[in-house]
Design a protein. Structure first.
Length: 95
């Protein structure tokens, strides 16, 4: 089962369904980024990580990026919202 991890923002609303369709994943996991405790690892089978950089601190952003690299997951950084993916369509937005 492939998964997508979304880091940042308080409420995903209907975005999980859009993320599932766009990235062909079966499950979307959400970390709100408010926890003072830094994560030690990503959930198993994480295929892609979406980081809302406008809603998380820099420390968490860097930790998540390094964890994604170690796990071989692709990372997308968005400043404010999911609609930025439509603007980036056709451009390489993954790291």
């Amino acid at each position: 089962m492939s998964r997508c991890l979304v880091v940042g923002c308080d409420n995903l609303g209907v975005k999980p369904e859009q993320i599932k369709k766009r990235f062909s994943v079966q499950e979307v996991i959400h970390w709100d980024g408010r926890s003072a405790k830094m994560p030690k690892k990503l959930p198993k089978n994480t295929k892609i990580v979406i980081v809302y950089s406008g809603f998380v601190n820099h420390s968490l952003m860097f930790v998540v990026r390094e964890l994604a690299k170690k796990a071989g997951a692709r990372t997308v950084f968005l400043k404010r919202g999911f609609s930025e993916l439509n603007v980036l369509q056709g451009k390489e937005c993954f790291s």
